[in-house]
Design a protein around this ligand. Structure first.
Ligand code: 13P
Length: 256
């Protein structure tokens, strides 16, 4: 973390978990336990149908609501999809874009990720853009090239004045839901590389201001060590965001 230059952001990604009723119970707990958070921003990225509940439950708190996806067109004949303006209208602040599960199971590509970032920014949403390598890619030594390419492709055409609205999440695919966390050094190395890539495109000041999260089996036990790294500015948390005590401990580690 480096709070002098950029925000620390802890975001929970509930994925396809929690009905609105279950989600409300979790948020009611979190409102009590993380009411005094001062130094970091807390976000819960909930399923689409839980969004109105979450907005109501978190009104007058410092916890922001995020979505987990959106469609790349502004409106139109796309049955079953949700647009950026629909999310904005509900009071959503963040939206996860290009999560590896979307890339793996729903055919998202660097090109759709880029389009989604553009529609999100136009609507005034803050994209949380996910990048990450598979185990096979890491073992064949192409992590740096792959991540650099993913970041460049994601940010293509994004103007300099918008770059600070974007959060990047480094999520090594081999660490997601596997209990195999990247070491603090591995996480920092790639987050640093992402910042260097942004620096080359947008310059040092912009790169210094962008929040870069780590995600992948971050939990109450390892959060502190990961967040102590200079280029790890927060976390995107899956499993551990579904339990109030665990998520609270992670937020507290970021709030120190
Ligand atoms: P886990 O924390 O469950 O590994 O999930 C990470 C993730 O994919 C967050 O987006």
């Amino acid at each position: 973390m480096n709070r002098r230059y950029r925000k620390t952001i802890i975001a929970g990604n509930w994925k396809m978990n929690k009905t609105a009723t279950e989600g409300k119970a979790l948020l009611d707990e979190l409102k009590q336990t993380i009411a005094r958070v001062k130094w970091c921003e807390v976000v819960v990225c909930v399923p689409f149908v839980d969004i109105p509940m979450a907005i109501r439950a978190l009104k007058d708190t410092r916890i922001a609501v995020g979505a987990q996806n959106l469609h790349q067109e502004q409106s139109g004949a796309y049955t079953g999809e949700v647009s950026a303006s629909m999310l904005k209208d509900l009071g959503v602040k963040y939206v996860i874009i290009g999560h590896s599960e979307r890339r793996q199971y729903f055919g998202e590509t660097d090109s759709t990720v880029n389009k989604k970032i553009h529609v999100a920014l136009e609507a005034g949403l803050h994209p949380i853009v996910c990048v990450g390598e598979t185990l096979e890619q890491r073992e064949s030594g192409i992590t740096a090239e792959l991540i650099t390419m993913q970041v460049k492709a994601a940010l293509a055409g994004v103007p300099a004045e918008k770059i600070r609205s974007i959060v990047i999440a480094y999520e090594p695919i081999w660490a997601i839901g596997t209990c195999k966390t990247a070491t603090a050094e591995q996480a920092n190395e790639v987050c640093e590389l992402i910042r260097a890539t942004i620096r080359k495109i947008y310059g040092a000041r912009a790169a210094r201001a962008v929040t870069i999260q780590y995600g992948g089996s971050m939990n109450a036990k390892n959060a502190q060590e990961l967040l102590a790294q200079p280029d790890v500015d927060g976390g995107l948390i899956g499993g551990a965001s579904l339990k109030a005590p665990d998520f609270t401990t992670i937020v507290e580690a970021a709030n120190q």
